[in-house]
Design a protein around this ligand. Structure first.
Ligand code: APR
Ligand code: PHB
Length: 407
């Protein structure tokens, strides 16, 4: 098999890249280790930044998003027994977020690629990358019982945190920066009408809680839990009791319960691989970086990466210009580190630290009070939460900064 761009992974990053390239007449093949039904039903994040939602519309995959997505112009910060609304739209000249499940984005992109005759091979095995430092990389894999080879000009590693792409870069050619947080998130999807019209980020002495949603009938809820906890420690009544306690307000907020449709525990980490390129391999999305979920940024960062990558590849295939590919990693990493900071900041603002004492708690409350009352502080939260514009990366003056190692 031959193609221009071999894409490893049919998550949001790989699928959007394939779609963006297709719109410009560039051919790609997507290889995915899981079955289609698995990737289409896996429950992940659900908040689209303003420009992520706009991109889906712009590239022709926004019809269902427009029908089913829930546009939110604000979020609630809940602390000390009451809620303060951050008016995202007012603070960002009308920008908003859209609640729409990641697996819905994946379904829409798969449908668009297959309708256009695009090639996505599901259920492949033994994926291995070779010749990345040459101008003729090869991807070897198995599919339907046969060993196959995909020859391409470029490989896009969009295979998430557990994929093979990142590990295909020789260890001496990459650096990893990592931070593991001393807590996890227990998430549930419940068949219950959301108890509020907007997302609620709740600070509580017992730990963080989040009220989110997927539709007018389905609520998504999260609890900060210890890192060594498992679902066995969390019978349904304990989950609901804890959610009621942490989301309570002095004026009697009523959390609606319903049958739990899905639940899971996810560890929290920040992780960055630098650079995001090795020869003809370009890493994008979770394959290159992980952020803690507090800022709802993972999917959005993946989308920003592939927009940069698609435009660099289009320039290269069309005009033979290398500059976009050469700048790809540094351009992405400027946004990645901005988002790492924001996600770590939101996490620190709202979670109970491992060594929590009265002082730490009072500082968090003072900080939350400031965000809720100062336009400057609220704007910082709002502009990052709805997402900085894509060209933000190009506005950063890089001349005064040390070079990114290995870039
Ligand atoms: N070969 C082929 N595909 C692979 C391999 C492999 N060796 N390893 C993993 N994959 C697939 C996974 O099954 C998954 O479908 O790659 C895909 C990666 O998708 P995601 O993990 O969703 O990553 P990405 O597309 O970068 O999306 C960004 O945003 O909300 C966050 O973490 C969340 O997934 C989300 C991410
Ligand atoms: C979600 O709805 O899954 C969600 C919302 C906000 C977050 C993280 C996850 O910060």
């Amino acid at each position: 098999m031959r193609t221009q761009v071999g894409i490893i992974g049919a998550g949001p990053a790989g699928l959007m890249l394939s779609h963006l390239l297709h719109l410009e007449g560039i051919d790609s093949v997507v290889l995915e280790i899981r079955e289609r039904s698995y990737v289409e039903s896996r429950v992940r994040a659900g908040v689209l930044e303003h420009d992520t939602a706009a991109l889906l519309r712009e590239v022709g995959v926004g019809a269902r998003l427009d029908r089913e997505g829930l546009v939110h112009t604000g979020v609630e910060l809940r602390f000390g027994g009451s809620s303060r609304r951050i008016d995202l739209a007012a603070l960002t000249s009308g920008r908003s977020i859209t609640v729409y499940g990641q697996q819905e984005v994946v379904k829409d992109l798969i449908a668009a690629r297959l309708d256009a005759g695009g090639q996505i091979l599901f259920d492949v095995g033994d994926v291995a990358l070779d010749g990345l430092d040459s101008d003729a990389p090869v991807v070897r894999f198995t599919h339907e019982g046969t060993i196959r080879e995909l020859r391409c000009a470029v490989v896009a590693g969009c295979d998430g945190f557990h994929g093979v792409s990142r590990g295909s870069v020789p260890a001496a050619q990459r650096r990893t920066v990592e931070h593991v947080y001393p807590f996890s998130w227990l998430g549930i999807l419940a068949e219950a009408t959301p108890s509020a019209t907007e997302l609620i980020y709740a600070h509580h002495r017992r730990g963080f809680a989040l009220h989110s949603m997927r539709s007018p009938e389905v609520t998504r809820l999260y609890l900060q839990v210890p890192p060594d906890t498992g679902l066995a420690d969390w019978p349904t009544t304990r989950i609901w009791d804890e959610l009621h306690t942490r989301l309570a307000t002095d004026d009697g907020f009523a959390l609606k319960e319903g049958p739990i449709l899905e639940q899971g525990v996810t560890p929290m980490r920040s992780f960055v691989t630098e650079p995001m390129r090795y020869g003809r391999l370009f890493l994008a999305g979770d394959a290159a970086h992980i952020v803690p979920p507090t800022g709802a940024k993972g999917l959005n960062l993946a989308m920003a990466d592939v927009r940069f990558l698609a435009s660099a590849l289009i320039d290269w295939f069309r005009q033979g210009r290398e500059s976009g590919l050469d700048e790809y990693s540094a351009r992405c990493l400027r946004r990645v580190w901005r988002v790492q900071h924001f996600s770590a900041w939101m996490t620190g603002l709202l979670h109970r630290p491992a060594d929590a004492d009265e002082f730490a708690d009072r500082l968090q409350l003072a900080h939350l009070e400031y965000v809720a009352t100062s336009t400057a502080a609220a704007t910082t939260l709002a502009e990052n939460y709805v997402g900085l514009p894509l060209d933000w990366s190009d506005r950063v003056d890089t001349s005064a900064k040390p070079a990114v190692p290995f870039a």
